[in-house]
Structures are given as structure tokens and as C-alpha cells.
Design a protein around this ligand. Structure first.
Ligand code: UTP
Length: 291
């Protein structure tokens, strides 16, 4: 097995029902935080982490994602004609961004099934999985932090964050022990999907970033579908745990669930406030609100 993480898989074939009606005709992954589709944040993160190949799992109705990362001749010609050089550069930057491949998931049979669609394109090497709804604000890109951990531990790495209180029940929760030399790294014993608060084995919630070894494909091919006929990625990872070491990693940064309306609002405010152009007037506007 090669050991460098060169490929990043973006499952983007879900229905995005939490964001209806916006997602009836627009892919959830194309909803923007400020002025950038959420999937572009993830792609930029993967590239900044050194990934060279981006594999996007798409489905019917998701062609806007392909169009977004493609050249838009009409738009570019029009911008060029009107002398809008900065906007032209912005548009070209997106289409030149990465080496992208697309695989269709014909039926939304779950996250595990979506990842399995990338088997042939990934081959026999470790790879990253990035859920585009999780937009992460971090000084060192979250996937870069995880690849550094992977290089150290040579086992699959799941990004986790500490969730206090009953909110933990919305996540897959890691059961494990922190390493003595780096307590951010947790050697996993198991994981529990959406436990009751009182049954949660820890406060470490698994979020939408994974570095996985290729063994996961064999396991995903052999697991039985869970609720709603879906193949769960966590069931595949539980299988990995039987033969390989798997680690949680409490990454440094803030994760926004932009696939959820409230999470998207928070992400928009946080990212807008950080912008040089929008931050100062937006801050003034927020202060003027009599809340
Ligand atoms: P989510 O459950 O967050 O996405 O799956 P969803 O199903 O699109 O959204 P809701 O819950 O109905 O609002 C996590 C990720 O896995 C992808 C989704 O596109 C999302 O990025 N996914 C999920 C697939 O690619 N295929 C699937 O069959 C299921």
C-alpha cells in the first residue's frame, strides 16, 4: 500500500432535505457561505493539505457542481470584453483549481455506499473523505492536520470535536483513549452512532473529515445495510477496527454544519466578519441591531 494521502473523496449525492426548499433544484453543496459554494471550501482545504486528486460523488440533479468547477466560456468572454479582470481571474481560478473526477451514485444508499463508489478511482492507497456540508475554519487546514497525524500513526484518522451536553446525541461518538504524548489523538476502541446522552462513551463527536485506509472498501462491500437500506460509513469503520488501528483526532479549528439552516447562518456570520471587505460594515450593521 502507498502511504501518501493524494486523493480526496467528496460525497455529494445526498438529497439535502434539511435545507428544503432551497435544495429542491440546487445541490446543497452549491449553497454559498458568503460568496463561495460550500463544496469549494472543502476542495480548497484538500488542495491546501497536499491532495492532488479530487473525486466528487454526484447524482442526478447535481450538475451545477460540475459546471462550477468547469470553464465558463460565455462568462469569461463577457468579463474579458467588459474589462472585469478581477472577476475573470476569480472565475478562472475556480476552473483551474484541481484535477477533478466525478462518479455517479445512482441511488442515495447512504454515506458508506457513496464512499464505495470511489473504490476504482482511489485504488490501493489511503485517502481523505470530506463531507462538503462541514465547513471548517482553521489556521492549518483540518485535513492537513489529519494527514500529519496519519503520517505519525499510520492508521485511519477520524476528525472529532468535543460536544458538551445532550447535543452529543446528534453525532457518531468515539470510544477510546487519548495517547499520552498527544491527547488530541485518541486510539479508538469503538464508536456509537447517535447515542442517548447518558449512553455516550465520550464527548468526542465524529465530524465530516476522515483519512481512511483502502481496506475500508472491502468492508463496505460486505456490510449489511442498516436503517432505510443505507450503507453506513461508521459500520465500515467498525469493521476496520477489528484488523487495524483507528484514531480520533480532536482537530484545531471550528466546524460549521452548513448543511443545516442554523449552522449555515452561523457560518455566514463568522466568515463574513473575517472578510476585509465585508467585515467592518457587517460588524457595524450587527451592532446596530436592537437584539
Ligand atoms: P447528510 O445526511 O448530511 O446529507 O450526508 P443529506 O442526506 O444530503 O442531507 P439531509 O440530512 O437530507 O439534509 C452526509 C454527506 O453524504 C452525502 C451527502 O451529499 C452529504 O454530503 N451522501 C449521503 C451521499 O453522497 N450519498 C448518500 O446516499 C447519502
Amino acid at each position: 500500500m502507498k502511504t501518501k494521502v493524494r486523493k480526496a473523496v467528496f460525497p455529494a449525492a445526498g438529497f439535502g432535505t434539511r435545507f428544503l426548499p432551497a435544495t429542491k433544484a440546487i445541490p446543497k453543496e452549491m449553497l454559498a457561505v458568503v460568496d463561495k459554494p460550500i463544496i469549494q471550501y472543502g476542495v480548497e482545504e484538500a488542495l491546501a493539505a497536499g491532495c492532488e486528486e479530487i473525486i466528487i460523488i454526484t447524482a442526478r440533479g447535481k450538475s451545477a457542481i460540475e459546471d462550477h468547477f468547469d470553464i465558463s466560456y460565455e462568462l469569461e468572454a463577457s468579463l474579458e470584453k467588459r474589462g472585469k479582470t478581477e472577476l475573470l481571474e476569480l472565475s478562472r481560478k475556480v476552473s483551474n483549481m484541481a484535477n477533478l473526477s466525478y462518479v455517479r451514485q445512482k441511488e442515495a444508499k447512504g454515506l458508506g455506499h457513496a464512499v464505495l463508489m470511489a473504490k476504482d478511482l482511489v485504488g490501493d492507497e489511503p485517502f481523505a473523505v470530506i463531507l462538503p456540508d462541514d465547513v471548517i475554519d482553521a489556521t492549518t487546514p483540518c485535513v492537513k492536520q489529519m494527514i500529519d497525524v496519519f503520517d505519525e500513526v499510520q492508521g485511519s484518522v477520524l476528525a472529532t470535536m468535543v460536544v458538551e451536553g445532550p447535543g452529543i446525541s446528534a453525532y457518531g461518538v468515539l470510544d477510546g483513549s487519548p495517547l499520552s504524548n498527544n491527547p488530541r489523538i485518541i486510539e479508538a476502541r469503538g464508536m456509537v452512532e447517535k447515542p442517548k446522552f447518558e449512553d455516550a462513551p465520550s464527548k468526542n463527536a465524529i465530524i465530516g473529515r476522515y483519512i481512511l485506509t483502502p481496506k475500508i472498501f472491502e468492508l463496505l462491500e460486505n456490510i449489511t445495510p442498516g436503517a432505510g437500506g443505507e450503507l453506513q460509513l461508521t459500520d465500515g469503520i467498525k469493521g476496520l477496527l477489528k484488523t487495524e488501528r483507528v484514531y480520533g483526532y480532536n482537530f484545531e479549528g471550528i466546524r460549521h454544519d452548513a448543511g443545516d439552516k442554523f449552522g449555515m447562518l452561523k457560518a455566514t456570520v463568522d466568515f463574513a466578519l473575517k472578510r476585509d471587505d465585508l467585515g467592518p460594515p457587517f460588524r457595524e450593521y450587527l451592532k446596530s441591531l436592537s437584539l
